[in-house]
Design a protein around this ligand. Structure first.
Ligand SMILES: NC(=O)c1ccc[n+]([C@@H]2O[C@H](COP(=O)([O-])OP(=O)(O)OC[C@H]3O[C@@H](n4cnc5c(N)ncnc54)[C@H](O)[C@@H]3O)[C@@H](O)[C@H]2O)c1
Length: 253
């Protein structure tokens, strides 16, 4: 499909967290191709600048768990491009590197690291973008969850719990926004997608996840971006609080 032809986003401002690589990078490229001005938000300056330069976007460098960084970043995008119409909460981590372990071997830091980025940071990004959306009575938020948040992957309890939280936080927020205008909040649950996040996991863990996908392959970042593009567009106007599957047939609900 030609992203230039459908679901146009001309004149809209988007922020994509974790936009510097993997799924986030594909989402940035897709939204920019549809006409949006895209803020590429990432911890990695090099990657944020590279992607922003390639798509005519704005690099936003910082850590989404730090409120001072969020104040600066959402201030910068608003003054440079205007209020945020689209927020894609994509940044996330699977575990502290190599710490895909059963619960009885995890320590507090393993939990806090994952939940702080995947849940608390995501909620804080929503908090930053929402006053502008409510003032305009328009907005789209897309949260990247995971099939792990529906099934609970073994040796990935912090990650699975964090993604279940993302699915449910999305439902709570969608209902809180009723009556505040055309503001829709949805989540997306991918199965294994070929990106650098897989470097945080052991090969045995990746093989286990792959074996559960009926289509028998990993997904591509561009396939996730296509779904996110629709959810970020004005055409997605009668669905909110929902979790969309993109799992090669793995999801059963
Ligand atoms: N790849 C998969 O198999 C898969 C499957 C299901 C869900 N997901 C989810 O999709 C999202 C993207 O995953 P990916 O595979 O592209 O990951 P990735 O590791 O390739 O990219 C994640 C990006 O987020 C950035 N990031 C991490 N912490 C940050 C922070 N505190 N502040 C700002 N930026 C930060 C990283 O710098 C990186 O550029 C994640 O939420 C992930 O949980 C991925």
């Amino acid at each position: 499909m030609n992203a230039n032809a459908f679901f146009r986003l001309d004149g809209q401002v988007a922020v994509v967290t974790g936009g510097g690589q993997g799924i986030g990078e594909a989402i940035c490229r897709r939204l920019a191709a549809a006409g949006a001005k895209v803020g590429v938000f990432d911890l990695s300056r090099e990657n944020a600048q590279r992607v922003a330069a390639e798509i005519g976007g704005i690099d936003l460098v910082g850590d989404l768990t730090k409120e001072a960084d969020l104040e600066r970043i959402f201030g910068d995008i608003t003054s440079l491009a205007g209020p945020v119409d689209i927020l894609v909460n994509n940044a996330g981590v699977a575990s502290r590197k190599g710490r895909d372990l059963p619960i009885w071997e995890l320590v507090r830091d393993d939990w806090e690291y994952v939940l702080n980025i995947n849940v608390v940071g995501l909620a804080l990004c929503c908090k930053m973008a929402l006053p502008g959306m409510i003032a305009k009575k328009y907005g789209r938020i897309v949260n990247i969850a995971s099939i792990a948040g529906k099934e609970g992957n073994p040796k990935m309890a912090p990650y699975s719990a964090s993604k279940a939280a993302v699915i449910c936080l999305t439902k709570s927020l969608a209902k809180e926004l009723v009556g505040k205008g055309d503001i829709c909040v949805n989540s997306v649950s991918p199965a294994v997608i070929q990106t650098p996040i897989l470097e945080q996991l052991n090969q045995e863990q990746i093989n286990m996840m792959l074996s559960k996908i009926p289509l028998g392959r990993t997904g591509k970042p561009e396939e996730v971006a296509a779904l996110v593009h629709f959810l970020a567009s004005p055409e997605c106007s009668f669905t909110t609080g929902f979790c969309f599957d993109i799992s090669g047939g793995r999801a059963t609900y």
